[in-house]
Structure formats: structure tokens, C-alpha cells
Design a protein around this ligand. Structure first.
Ligand code: GDP
Ligand code: MG
Length: 609
């Protein structure tokens, strides 16, 4: 297939607007997967993706399609397909916009899918701009027109007013009933440009993604920009200077299908004897070892916006966790992990994530795919502190902000974001109140049609990672949608809040908070802990402190009787049940000093802001 017979495109949408379903339909239409394969959302391979109905990792599939060039002719039924189409499915959630921009780098166009009833939502706006910045041609697709509340004309108005897209260009579809789907592939072929590379130039390919396969080793997803790649070729990496031999090369159809060669404009996979995915730098340029090439523009590296400590839960060991984290970070370069130790929790890791959902998904994968059992500490954003001696540090772990008498903090900064919120106009009041409680500053306020308002706010990142989205959803009866992009650091008035158990500070529970909120947060943290820590054989005091000043205090009185004492000599099965229950409970406990703390206590702390 010469480049003019290739199209590389992506599907972008707000979450739940139907992009995975639409991807399935296109794979079926082209015979890439069988109809009714019994496994919806074919490209969502991870267990977490199926469970949560979200797409986390972008997946690629190659399809072959016979295009009729406007002359449908029954006699060409025997002819082979004349177009090669690469579909790159992208995640819709804000946390994974890094994956989105990565996938878009290999595309020339995108289907912008909008739910006909819901209309344009916050992630539609964010994803549109990501695609627009990559200079992609955009085909608007108004999906779910089968719904009784569908209002395609209203969506057309929004597409025009927000993105200046011609309403006549919009395709109306239902991925559910199949209505209108036949227009999509012809539109992709006729409206999207073919890949711009040169077949006779030396090989240049972009490394899009990589993962580790037990049998084959590291598998890289690549886009061949110029030239061709064949099995047996010697290739080199611009980023690492390493040389490799191509052992296997092919397409995702949608399973790995060896072809022995990839030509200009194609997207496929390469196996080249890389031992770990650390050698496979996403955004790297690969080329033939003996040639001289100008590197392709890479991607911005993933920025870690949320950090938290991960420790083995009691009854689970560090080596197992270490192994699991190593394996998983091998497949998810967007997570960083560094060993750290805590007085309270022992040896563990400080991990950096793109956002809170990303963190949740990582925890879930650690447990589901690797059987690791973990305690995670309160997530924090990376703050910057400046000291009286002029030194500046980035604080990823609040506990590391030890009070050093020789050094005084002279200034601090916290990361901020620009948030886009779209709501029906009747919810404007409560949303403005929420944003100002979260220390937001309004930047924009506009109507996108006669019922919906788009607002932009600058907000401290810290204020949105903690339960902002849930709160926003609940005050708008679920109607608000929200997305954000990173913005600059802003000067702030921050203090470290310590939690003390029986007068001992628990390093793993320290947080950094805004001075004006410290009092209230301290109080709430202490109350939460009191609720979640079980009574023990002795009295426990829980305190919150800023420096040496105690700002809140609670105590849990000692337990009077042993649980088992009650049924001594009594019912054996009941005793067994109690012991079982205690063991169950223990799984997620961590003994800190002499106090057993359940994981839920750590978890509940996250929700205080
Ligand atoms: P994604 O989050 O954008 O990938 O959305 P999904 O493809 O997972 O779809 C979200 C939900 O919408 C699923 O329950 C789909 O079955 C449903 N859905 C997708 N397309 C249509 C459609 O055209 N009509 C209707 N009524 N439902 C649809
Ligand atoms: Mg999906």
C-alpha cells in the first residue's frame, strides 16, 4: 500500500460518548474482528478498562477496506481491499491526555465523536484542541442518534460556535443500531490526508508505545514516517544510541500479525531484542544504523502531578511489591517509582502519577495483575519550597519537609491548572461557589448554546485532585463535565500538617495544606481517623499539629474486653468466624508504633480538603 492508499486516524470523544463502541463497529465492518465476537470494546484489553468502562492505554488496529471511489460496481467484489486504515483508540479521561497526544502524533485525522443527546462536553473541548494543535483534519461524528432525547441540530450549533466546524460536515450515526456507519470509512478516505512521508528517503520511525511480553520481550509500537523497515534490518535509537536487529515486524490486525516489512505511512509493531521497556523511549526516533537522519519531533515527557507512597500491607512483603512495581512500570512509563522509607510504614515506594484516576488504576492493576497488597498514603502534588539560604526544592513527600532550625522557608509555590467546566446554565451559582471555596479564579464565562455555559477557572491542582469532580457532579445533578490542563506554579501560603498518634508524629500521614484551611483540615483529619481506627487495648490519642502547635485532638478509649473472651468455651464455629474476620481485617492493617491502622483510614484521609 503506497502512502496515498493509507489513512491513519484516531477517535476522540468525551468519555461514554461511544468511541470504543464505534471502534468495534469499524473493526467489524472491515472484517478485522467477527461480528458478535462476544467481547465488546475489543480494544480495551486491560481488566481495569473493562471493569470501569474506560480506556487507559491507547490501542492500534490495522484494517483493510475496499473503497468504491463513488462508483459502486458489483463486479469488483472479487478485488482485494484497496486501502489500509490504522485506527488508534485513545482514552477519554483527563488523566490520560498524555496518551491521547501520543496517539495523535501518528495520525493525520480524527473522528470527533459527540453524543447527540449530551452535546459537547469538557473532554470534547480538551481533545479537540489536542487534535487541532497536531494539525489534524477533523470529521465531526454525532453519535447515538437513536436515543429519544437526541438533538443533532443543537450539537451542530455547538460544533460551529466552539470549533468553527461546518455543520454540513457532521456525520450522523448510531453505533448501537448501525445507522449511518457506512458513511464513516468513505469520509475517512476522502476527507483525511494520507501520511506525508517519503518512500525513497532513509528510514525514520517514531516510537509510539512499548510493552513487555513474556515470550517476545519488548514490543514497540511504531509509526514509519519515511522509508521502509524489514525483518533483519539493523536499526539504531536517537535517544540511547543503541543498535538492534529487527527480529520480527508486523501489524496489529488486531492481534500481532507478522508481515516482515512496514512501509512509509504504516503503523505496526517491532521486536528487536530490547531487554526492558526503559530502552524504548516513547517519542524516540529509530533509523537504519548506517544512515544519517534528522530526528523526528518527540513528545513532551509525561508530567507527574500526583505523588503518593506505596507500602506493602502487613502480611505482604516488600520483595513482592518491588517485583510487581518493576513489572508494571515497565509497561506504564507514565508512572515513576523511587524507593523511600518511612518510620511508620517501613520500606516502600514514592510513585508519581498523571492524576488521581491514573493512581487508582495503577493500584488496581498492582493488585489484580500482580497480587500485590498495598497501603497507599495521602496523595500530594509537587510543591516547591524556597529556603532562607536561597535553595529551592521540589517536595514530593510532605514528610521530607523536616523542620530544620538552620533553614527557614521563605517562599512556596504550588502547581495550578486551567479547568474547563461545561454546565447547564441553572447550575452556574453553586459551581461558582465551589470553585471559589477551592481557591479558584474565574478566567472565562460564555454560553455555547442557549442552555449551556462554559467556564474556565485557574485552580490550585491540590484542590481538584481531592474529590473535586465528585463534588462538582453532585451539585450539578451529574450534569457538569470537567477537564483540565497543567498550568504554571503559583506563589502560595503553605504549611505542613502533622498527625500524631500517642504523641508520635506519623510521617506517612503528613500533608501540606494552605494556611487558611489548615485548622479545618486538621480537625477533619483527626475526626476521620477516630472513626476508622478500632479501639485497642490501650487509649489512643490522635492529634493534628503545625510545627509544635497542636490544632486538633481526639482520643479513642481502651477496649474493655477481648473479643474472644466473650465466647470462651462457647460456640467453636463462632470463634472460628471471629478469628477469620480478624484475619480478613488484618490484611489491610498496618501497625504504626503500637497502633493498628486499617487502609480505609489512609483512604478516608484523601477525601479531606
Ligand atoms: P467511550 O467511553 O467513548 O469509549 O464509550 P463506549 O463506547 O464505552 O460507550 C458508552 C456507552 O454508550 C455504552 O454503554 C455503549 O453501549 C453506549 N453506546 C455507544 N454508542 C451508542 C449509540 O449509538 N446509541 C446508544 N443508544 N448507545 C450507545
Ligand atoms: Mg472507551
Amino acid at each position: 500500500y503506497p502512502p496515498e492508499r493509507i489513512r491513519n486516524f484516531s477517535i476522540i470523544a468525551h468519555v461514554d460518548h461511544g468511541k470504543s463502541t464505534l471502534a468495534d463497529r469499524l473493526l467489524e465492518l472491515t472484517g478485522t474482528i467477527k461480528r458478535g465476537h462476544g467481547q465488546p470494546q475489543y480494544l480495551d484489553k486491560l481488566q481495569v478498562e473493562r471493569e470501569r468502562g474506560i480506556t487507559v492505554k491507547a490501542q492500534t488496529a490495522t484494517m483493510f477496506h475496499k473503497h468504491k471511489f463513488g462508483f459502486p460496481d458489483a463486479s469488483d467484489i472479487q478485488d482485494p481491499p484497496n486501502f489500509l486504515l490504522n485506527l488508534i483508540d485513545t482514552p477519554g479521561h483527563v488523566d490520560f491526555s498524555y496518551e491521547v497526544s501520543r496517539s495523535l502524533a501518528a495520525c493525520q485525522g480524527a473522528l470527533l465523536v459527540v453524543d447527540a443527546a449530551q452535546g459537547v462536553q469538557a473532554q470534547t473541548v480538551a481533545n479537540f484542541y489536542l487534535a487541532f494543535e497536531c494539525n489534524l483534519s477533523i470529521i465531526p461524528v454525532i453519535n447515538k442518534i437513536d436515543q429519544p432525547t437526541a438533538d443533532p441540530d443543537r450539537v451542530k450549533t455547538q460544533l460551529k460556535s466552539l470549533f468553527d466546524l461546518d455543520p454540513n460536515d457532521a456525520l450522523l450515526t448510531s453505533a448501537k443500531t448501525g445507522q449511518g456507519l457506512e458513511q464513516i470509512l468513505p469520509a475517512v478516505i476522502e476527507r483525511l490526508p494520507s501520511p506525508p512521508g517519503k518512500c525513497d528517503s532513509p528510514l525514520r520511525m517514531l516510537l509510539l508505545d512499548s510493552y513487555y511480553d513474556e515470550y517476545k520481550g519488548v514490543i514497540c509500537h511504531v509509526a514509519v514516517v519515511d522509508g521502509a523497515l524489514r525483518k533483519g534490518d539493523k536499526i539504531a535509537s536517537v535517544a540511547t544510541g543503541q543498535n538492534y536487529e529487527v527480529l520480527d515486524v508486523g501489524i496489529m490486525h488486531p492481534e500481532l500479525t507478522p508481515t516482515g516489512v512496514l512501509f512509509t505511512g504504516q503503523v505496526g509493531y517491532v521486536v528487536s531484542g530490547m531487554r526492558t521497556t526503559k530502552e524504548a523511549r516513547v517519542g524516540d526516533t529509530l533509523y537504519h544504523s548506517k544512515s544519517v537522519v534528522v530526528p523526528l519531533p518527540g513528545f513532551k515527557p509525561a508530567k507527574h502531578m500526583v505523588f503518593s507512597g506505596l507500602y506493602p500491607a502487613d502480611g505482604s512483603d516488600f520483595d513482592a511489591l518491588n517485583h510487581a512495581i518493576e513489572r508494571l512500570t515497565c509497561n506504564d512509563a507514565s508512572v515513576s517509582a523511587a524507593k523511600e522509607s518511612s518510620t511508620a510504614l517501613g520500606m516502600g515506594f514514592r510513585c508519581g502519577f498523571l492524576g488521581l484516576l491514573h493512581m487508582d488504576v495503577f493500584h488496581q492493576r498492582l493488585e489484580q495483575e500482580y497480587g500485590a497488597r498495598i497501603i497507599s498514603t495521602i496523595p500530594t502534588v509537587p510543591y516547591i519550597f524556597e529556603y532562607s539560604d536561597g535553595s529551592k526544592i521540589q517536595v514530593q513527600n510532605p514528610a521530607s519537609l523536616a523542620s530544620n532550625p538552620g533553614k527557614r522557608v521563605t517562599a512556596c509555590w504550588e502547581p495550578s491548572v486551567i479547568a474547563t467546566i461545561i454546565i447547564p446554565s441553572e447550575y452556574v451559582g453553586p459551581v461558582i461557589t465551589l470553585c471559589s471555596e477551592r481557591r479558584g479564579e474565574q478566567l472565562e464565562y460564555s454560553f455555547i448554546d442557549n442552555q449551556r455555559v462554559l467556564m474556565k477557572y485557574r485552580l490550585p491542582l491540590r484542590e481538584i485532585i481531592v474529590d473535586f469532580y465528585n463534588e462538582l457532579k453532585s451539585i450539578t445533578s451529574g450534569y457538569a463535565t470537567f477537564d483540565y490542563e497543567d498550568s504554571e506554579y503559583q506563589k502560595s501560603d503553605l504549611v505542613k500538617l502533622d498527625i500524631l498518634l500517642n504523641a508520635q508524629p506519623v510521617d506517612a500521614m503528613a500533608t501540606i495544606v494552605h494556611n487558611l484551611k489548615a485548622q479545618r483540615i486538621g480537625r477533619e483529619l483527626v475526626e476521620k481517623l477516630k472513626k476508622f481506627i478500632d479501639r485497642q487495648m490501650f487509649e489512643i490519642t490522635i492529634q493534628a499539629a503545625i510545627g509544635s502547635k497542636i490544632i486538633a485532638r481526639e482520643s479513642i478509649s481502651a477496649m474493655r474486653k477481648n473479643v474472644l473472651a466473650k465466647c470462651y468455651g462457647g460456640d467453636v464455629t463462632r470463634k472460628k468466624k471471629l478469628l477469620e474476620k480478624q484475619k480478613e481485617g488484618k490484611k489491610r492493617m498496618k501497625r504504626v508504633g503500637s497502633v493498628d491502622i486499617p487502609q480505609e483510614a489512609f483512604h478516608e484521609l484523601l477525601k479531606v480538603s
